[in-house]
Design a protein around this ligand. Structure first.
Ligand SMILES: Cc1cc2nc3c(=O)[nH]c(=O)nc-3n(C[C@H](O)[C@H](O)[C@H](O)COP(=O)(O)OP(=O)(O)OC[C@H]3O[C@@H](n4cnc5c(N)ncnc54)[C@H](O)[C@@H]3O)c2cc1C
Length: 293
């Protein structure tokens, strides 16, 4: 199918984009890489009167360090993140996760801001951002606002973004060099969205116990979800087979999956426990490898 008729606007700066949004926001859609929006337009699931194509707006594509965070401009392509040495060094979890996003062609056009704004609960970047307690910087004509993932992702494909707001940049807290991290996913085919995915970061005390654990899961709830009860269970404990199994069991109690074409709720629940164990073991192995015990 072809999209319904729309007016095409192509701002050359963020300020111009925000101005258009303040004027036409209720009737408009922002276009970044188009990897999710164009199919929706073609199927007429979205029929905006105005399409605000920010793809060539200047100054919205960057990866830089700011204090304890990696700051990534909204128009930064997945491929740029994948290739970035800065990301590899400061946030290896993000480098590992980004390789699971669709196929190379999609990663060459899709953007970090588009992925976050789209709010798919199975998407990789929202899961990593949630685990790391990152931040989303939003802008409108009145200025900037910083929103946490928990306040931003409301339910399936619905975020707190207002019609006149634009995602400006995403802040991913860097991971301490003593930590180990892992991103694991199960998808039906290579390039598909994950059935279940888990992002884990662990730090260990000198005596080998967990001093810090960050854990989030995607694909099983209506939003990417922090597993705070599992984090609390682990901190202060030794990384044993028994505690990993307890973490998996607790995860299965916490998730609320639904059945769909790709798998039953029971299957996703089982998979959640298995994937949490796998992510925690891998992250712990990496933390142990990087330390002199
Ligand atoms: C076959 C296929 C497989 C895919 N597999 C995966 C996958 O495994 N994992 C995954 O995460 N993604 C996957 N995707 C989606 C893809 O990764 C997109 O990169 C991503 O969802 C959106 O980025 P985009 O820049 O293309 O956004 P667009 O398609 O341009 O926009 C997506 C949505 O976000 C809004 N938006 C975009 N930018 C902004 C902004 N700056 N401010 C406010 N709103 C904005 C748009 O209005 C629209 O509603 C897949 C896509 C395809 C076609």
């Amino acid at each position: 199918m072809k999209p319904a008729k729309f007016n095409y606007l192509r701002p050359s700066s963020m300020e111009e984009a925000v101005h258009y949004l303040s004027e036409y926001g209720e009737d408009a859609k922002v276009l970044s890489g188009g990897q999710s929006l164009i199919p929706l337009l073609n199927m007429r699931l979205s029929t905006p009167k105005y399409l605000i194509d920010i793809g060539r707006a200047e100054g919205l594509s960057y990866i830089k360090e700011d204090g304890e965070s990696l700051v990534i401009g909204t128009l930064t392509k997945h491929t740029e993140i994948e290739k970035s040495e800065l990301v590899k060094g400061k946030c290896p979890l993000l480098s590992e996760a980004i390789r699971w996003v669709g196929h190379e062609q999609i990663r060459n056009r899709g953007t970090v801001g588009g992925s976050i704004a789209h709010g798919d609960p199975s998407a990789e970047l929202p899961c990593v951002l949630t685990a790391l307690r990152g931040e989303i910087v939003i802008v409108d004509v009145n200025g900037e606002e910083i929103v946490s993932p928990e306040d931003f992702f409301l339910t399936y494909m619905l975020t707190s973004l207002q019609p006149d707001q634009l995602v400006k940049e995403i802040r991913f807290p860097r991971i301490k060099p003593t930590c180990g991290s892992a991103f694991v996913e199960v998808a039906r085919r290579h390039g598909d969205f994950g059935l279940v995915e888990v992002a884990a970061v662990v730090d260990l005390c000198e005596d080998g116990r967990f001093s810090d654990v960050k854990l989030a899961i995607g694909g099983v709830n209506s939003v990417p979800t922090l597993l705070e009860d599992v984090e609390r269970l682990l901190v202060g404990k030794e990384p044993t087979e028994e505690i990993f199994n307890e973490a998996g069991d607790l995860t299965m109690e916490l998730v609320e999956p639904e059945s769909d074409l790709h798998g039953t709720a029971e299957y996703r629940r089982e998979l959640s426990g298995t994937m949490v164990i796998r992510a925690l073991k891998q992250a712990t192995d990496r933390a142990q490898g990087g330390r002199v015990m």
